[in-house]
Design a protein around this ligand. Sequence first.
Ligand code: NZQ
Ligand code: ZN
Length: 385
Amino acid sequence: MQNFEFYNPTRILFGKGMIARLDDQLSPTARVLVLYGGASAERSGTLAEVRAALGQRTFREFGGIEANPTYETLMKAVALVREEKLDFLLAVGGGSVMDGTKFVAAAVPYEGEPWDILVSKGEAAQKALPLGTVVTLPATGSEMNCLSVISRQSTGDKLLFSNPLVYPRFSVLDPMRTMSLPMKQVINGVVDSFVHVMEQYMTYPVDSMAQDRFSEGLLSSLIEIGPRIIATPEDYDLRSNLMWVATLALNGLIGAGVPEDWTTHMIGHEITAKYHIDHARTLAVVFPALLKVRRAEKRAKLLQYAARVWNLTEGTEDARIDAVIQKTEAFFESLGVPTRLSAYDIGADGITDLVQQLADHDMTALGEKGDVTLDVSRTILQTAA
Ligand code: NZQ
Ligand code: ZN
């Protein structure tokens, strides 16, 4: 196992009715900004519950944070917080609202141009306002990590930052608040979580027994949840399981002490930046192709995954690897999520542009060993054609 430091200060309040607990998590004198996305939080009644829980506290609201939140919109929230001297940020939404709120938290006290926070990958942030979240879409794990992904309209960039200052103080996970999600978004959550686990698991063995077994448990859970949640969308227990699995998939636990390979996410972010395809859907295209291209480097873990998650133990090693890649692809397709760029009409010219974007963002040495060059990324995209 590799050396690691593990720190996660986020308190989780999980279950039906937990939004009421905002009252004991916030100081009575807090001046709160409630941040949300489009119409869903109002329509589903989540905002009404939040307002009720805030009681007599001073609070303002900031709506309109887009899916793939933009710097341009978030800077308006920064101005509002500064003007009204608000001191606590409460995100009500999915990954986009939570990520956007983290950016606002770091940008408010920042003295220079806040885009520096993204350019420096988070290092430039020295202070941040405290924040909490009320999760309405289980997918990104943003509720219990210190990552944030922000897009900039004027340049077409989509960049990630991380800084321990933006861990949420608490996150409320009420599975009932996910019942209003369109099934497409529920399935996006299954796929995003699946690939989060994979990017901390599908590398090479370092004898990390607990991390591997945790990861395999999360993958098996997602393989079970996917088809069942389509069949019985109102099932509270399935919603609960998806919500907690999505959080555990990217809260640092399974990534402690193991190599990681975030190639799929880095290529996926470029696809979203250029074509505005949902985050999870870009991953379903890239990940199976990555497995095909990197099967030699990932051989031992592919065989372990085949045996422990899909019960594939017969036949030659190569046949088992072929079969498990096919199973993974078929799993995404069975949920109605395409695994080819052609499904989005992205052809050879698109691939050239995407590789150029990777170059522009210094994504030239990805992978668990830093050997995923631009040429390898090109081959992955061509394999996904
Ligand atoms: O805008 P509204 O009307 O709220 O609608 C949203 C949005 O259109 C809707 N929605 C959310 N909760 C709902 C709901 N509709 C009905 N009922 C509800 N309960 O869902 C749509 C998508 O929301 P969004 O927040 O964009 O989705 P997601 O949670 O998948 O977040 C995606 C963003 O997170 C980033 C992605 O790059 C992308 O920008 N990521 C963040 C990560 C992190 N912080 O750790 C890691 C991830 O890998 C990812 O990169
Ligand atoms: Zn993701």
